[in-house]
Design a protein around this ligand. Structure first.
Ligand code: CA
Length: 228
């Protein structure tokens, strides 16, 4: 059974999420503190997606996210944010999360996000070894790895999916809607800002100078273009 970790200290919200995860066919692993979440993840390495609340008694959800990312890029991470939280601050702090959901959220919305992340983790089903080469970049689509000039670049699943989309469409201007639909899924109802957050993070990992990006360039008022 597909496992999802839910880190939330407010019991009523947590049980609400747990009920809906079970209804959607997931096994829910619960945690009420950041430390508990890290312990549960260590005990259950097969957890595919983690939902992290931000306001917690022992450490904030961003810190939990950072600690998870220090050991795993494979796990899908969704942050639970409050509507009162300043969105720019949240996205700036989203150093390793794949997505965020704003409270109050509908169960359908949350499970759609989890389904989308799980689909990506399971891969596209192709098992043959395919290498995509663009400039100094070599992507191995079987191993889900990316190298720049022979050096491995560690990517989250979402960052990998965006890179793959770019490398398969060199020179083509992709709108933020194109990227959202290709990476997060067609029926995905999310804010376009999540695309920018992930692009900003990708640039830090792949560009020589993030202030003057040459690989992922901005197409003003439209989206982004791959130009390696
Ligand atoms: Ca909380």
């Amino acid at each position: 059974m597909k496992k999802v970790l839910i880190l939330e200290d407010e019991e009523n919200i947590r049980s609400f999420v747990v009920i809906n995860l079970k209804r959607a066919g997931y096994q829910a692993i619960e945690a009420g503190t950041g430390q508990e979440a890290l312990d549960r993840l260590q005990e259950n390495p097969d957890i595919g997606v983690a939902i992290l609340d931000i306001m917690l008694p022992d450490m904030d959800g961003f810190e939990v996210c950072r600690r998870i990312r220090a050991v795993s890029n494979q796990l899908g991470i969704i942050m639970l944010t409050a509507r009162t939280q300043e969105m720019d601050k949240v996205t700036g702090l989203m150093t390793g999360a794949d997505d965020y959901v704003t409270k109050p959220f509908s169960p359908a919305e949350l499970t759609a996000r989890i389904d989308a992340l799980y689909r990506r983790i399971s891969g596209d089903g192709s098992s043959f070894n395919e290498l995509l080469t663009q400039g100094p970049f070599v992507m191995n689509t079987r191993n889900h790895t990316l190298e720049k000039a022979g050096n491995r670049i560690r990517l989250t699943q979402v960052e990998y999916a965006i890179m793959k989309l770019f490398m398969q469409n060199p020179g083509r201007a992709l709108s933020r809607e194109d990227i959202l639909s290709a990476v997060w899924g067609k029926d995905y109802d999310s804010e376009l800002k999540i695309v920018d957050v992930n692009i900003r993070r990708l640039r830090i990992k792949i560009e020589d100078d993030t202030a003057n990006p040459v690989y992922i360039t901005t197409v003003w008022g439209f989206g982004y273009k791959w130009g390696a």
